[in-house]
Design a protein around this ligand. Sequence first.
Ligand code: BES
Ligand code: MN
Ligand code: ZN
Length: 502
Amino acid sequence: MKFSIKSGNPEKQRGACLVLGVFEPRKLTDAAKAMDKLADGYISSILRGGDMEGKTGTTLILHNVPNTQCERILLVGLGKEKELGDKAYREAIRSAFKVLKGTGAADATLFLTDSPVTSRDIAWKISQTAILAMESIYRFDQLKSKTEEKKPRLRKVTLGVGNMERPGLATCEEALQQGLAIAEGMKLAKDLGNLAPNFCTPSYLAEQSVDLAKALKLKATVLEQKDMEKLGMGALLAVARGSRQPAKLIALEYWGRTEKEKPIVLVGKGITFDTGGISLKPAAEMDEMKYDMCGAASVLGTLTAVAKLGLPVNLVGIIPTTENMPGGNATKPGDVVTSMSGQTIEILNTDAEGRLILCDALTYAERYQPETIVDIATLTGACVIALGHVASGLLSNDDDLAEELLGAAGRAGDPAWRLPLWDEYQEQLKSNFADMANIGGRAAGTITAACFLSRFTKKYRWAHLDIAGTAWKSGKEKGATGRPVQLLTQFIIGRALKTSTG
Ligand code: BES
Ligand code: MN
Ligand code: ZN
């Protein structure tokens, strides 16, 4: 799908479909009013007939509207004008594309950016539109022998921005590029997440990372098991023991500024399948544990977006990746291992494996002297209980960093919610036989998991995103969401703005 920005009035638009907004009750937006005038009140007469109130997300298609030069007009409900916020705007865009996909229209021009959205600028509306449009056409049919649905005809999307001149248009253009880069990163994250776990193995992730590095001109390093043994990554290797697939540790480097400047490091959990190991998981829905590498996928997605945009930042992605399998050689509950940091860990539950691979990756990250480090992981079922499928969990040892991430999450429409990381919770990780246990009991499971990680991140500003509830959807709509690529890319865009303006 091709996107472009166009300044000018809706009246002159030719094409297959013009998309216009309607507020509740039956109130036309400025662009819709202009078209209504041109059509001698045709649109308002239809609304008067009761066909559309303007409720958020409702739609109505009109064909051959008099005096117009476009084949169709799609009216989209925006809800009450005063209440038009992020959620309603996104819902309206989503339903517009859902309908567009079903029509025969090959192109569409949207005039939806003229309605003010509370506390959001036009750049926000444009990048959100691009992200949501790309999301609406996403399908994963790599593994089907024939594709079921016919391809939507929609090829070309024009975003009408009213009469606007140079500096404003350049801002809009930049916003479009940001939205498209984020959408591309999300698509990569979704494709990797959705791919069956017999295909998406640690070796596959390593190959894909190397290919990606070539395409984006990044530096790639892949550590093999023997390299990790030399480094003393006893925690990561303990998880890999039960699997036939060799574990890998992938590092990708993007240097958008001088190498003297400390990078931001993203660390993503890359368990390509989590059976639980000897602490085996129940059978129901275990297939969804192929998504246990969505943290890793989000790191690759974010690197893609950032490199495509050529942002002036230094960014390193680190991905520890392995399967978590039971097997004759697998780690047993009660085993004690030594992490790369030298701290010893009593593995009381082999299903708490994410923190074991992350802790060694976090120690490995020290060699980059990170300015900030953020890890992303489908870490705890407890996070799904606490926050459901709406917000990712955020825990941090730095208040400013947490605020920065929450701001990016809000703008990106990829919400996160902070949980405390108080010392009181650390006690739950006490072990009689090692420096710490790898589990802290049922209470506050998301927090104790983060407490575990915090013992390996004392040297830097660090935040942890628990995406167990947000990285994929279950049920009929089963599929990866691409989250939190939006949040992370928005965060990096924010950093790039800061450095470029001094
Ligand atoms: N990958 C899981 C977390 C998970 C479970 C994410 C369900 C999404 C849905 C993780 O490795 C895990 O198994 N965590 C355990 C930790 C427990 C043993 C302390 C959990 O949450 O049950
Ligand atoms: Mn597990
Ligand atoms: Zn896991």
